[in-house]
Design a protein around this ligand. Structure first.
Ligand SMILES: [Fe+2]
Ligand SMILES: [Fe+2]
Length: 247
C-alpha cells in the first residue's frame, strides 16, 4: 500500500515536472542564467520568504496542548525560519543589488497570491495542512539543480554569495526530517492527509507561476530596455523597471 509520504513524493515530482516544462526552466536550460533574470526571481523569493515565520506562527494559534508536539513544532519552526529572507538580501547585496531597492519593490501578483494563500491556509486550515508546503520547500534542492548549476557556471557565484541555497540546504535537511516526523504523527486521517496534499500541490503550482512571472518580467525588461532591477542607477526612479514591476 502506498504510504502518505510516498503520495506526497509522487505529487511533488509531478508538479516539479510541470514547472520544468514552463517558460522559466525552458529558457534556463536553453540559454542559462544572466544577472537580470537572477535578480528578478531572487527578489520574488525574498518577498515570500519574509512571511514564512509569520504564517507558520499563525498556524500554531489553534493548536492546544492536547497536541503539544505539533504546537512545539509550529512554534519552533516559526522561530527557525526567522530571518531567512536576510540570506536573500545578503546574496543580492554580494552582486551589487542595493538592499533598499529589493525592500522597496512590490511583489509580483503571482508572489502576492503565494503569500496570501499561505496565510489563508494557516488561518483556515488545521496546522497540519501547512506541512504540505514545508514538505516540498524544505526538500526542493534536488529539483533546482539546473538553477544552482547555472548560478555557479553563468554568474560565477561562490558559496558565500549563495547562502540562501547552500547554507540554507544544511538547515533544511534537519527541517525536512522534522516535517516528516510531524506528518507521520499528526496527519492521521484521510481529511488531514488530503488537505496537506492539496497544500503541497497548490503552493508548488504557485511557485512555478512565480518563476514564470519572473521570466515574463525579465523579457519585458529586455524588450523595453528598462533599467535592470537592482541597478544602483535605478534608485529613486519610478519610471524604471522597479517602478514598472510595481504595477
Ligand atoms: Fe528557511
Ligand atoms: Fe527551512
Amino acid at each position: 500500500m502506498t504510504t502518505f509520504l510516498e503520495r506526497l513524493d509522487e505529487a511533488q515530482r509531478a508538479k516539479w515536472a510541470e514547472i520544468h516544462q514552463g517558460p522559466f526552466w525552458t529558457h534556463l536550460r536553453a540559454h542559462g542564467l544572466d544577472r537580470g533574470l537572477y535578480v528578478r526571481f531572487m527578489t520574488e523569493i525574498f518577498h515570500y520568504t519574509r512571511h514564512n515565520s509569520q504564517n507558520q506562527a499563525l498556524a500554531a494559534l489553534k493548536v492546544m496542548s492536547d497536541r503539544v508536539r505539533l504546537l512545539r513544532y509550529c512554534l519552533h519552526h516559526a522561530y527557525e525560519e526567522a530571518g531567512h529572507d536576510l540570506m536573500v538580501i545578503s546574496d543580492l547585496a554580494s552582486i551589487g543589488v542595493p538592499t533598499e531597492v529589493v525592500m522597496a519593490s512590490r511583489p509580483l501578483p503571482e508572489t502576492q497570491a503565494f503569500i496570501a494563500d499561505l496565510y489563508r491556509i494557516a488561518a483556515e486550515g488545521d496546522a497540519t495542512t501547512r506541512l504540505g508546503y514545508s514538505y516540498w520547500a524544505e526538500g526542493a534542492y534536488p529539483f533546482i539543480e539546473d538553477l544552482t548549476g547555472a548560478m555557479r557556471r553563468d554568474l560565477k557565484l561562490n558559496d558565500n554569495q549563495m547562502t540562501f541555497i547552500v547554507e540554507h540546504s544544511t538547515i533544511d535537511t534537519a527541517h525536512l526530517g522534522a516535517v516528516k516526523k510531524t506528518i507521520a504523527e499528526f496527519c492521521t486521517t484521510p481529511e488531514l492527509e488530503n488537505a496537506a496534499l492539496a497544500c503541497l500541490e497548490t503552493s508548488l503550482h504557485l511557485i512555478g507561476q512565480i518563476f514564470d512571472a519572473s521570466y515574463r518580467e525579465y523579457c519585458r525588461d529586455i524588450a523595453g530596455q528598462r533599467q535592470p532591477v537592482g541597478d544602483p542607477a535605478a534608485l529613486g526612479r519610478t519610471d524604471t523597471l522597479i517602478g514598472a514591476s510595481m504595477s
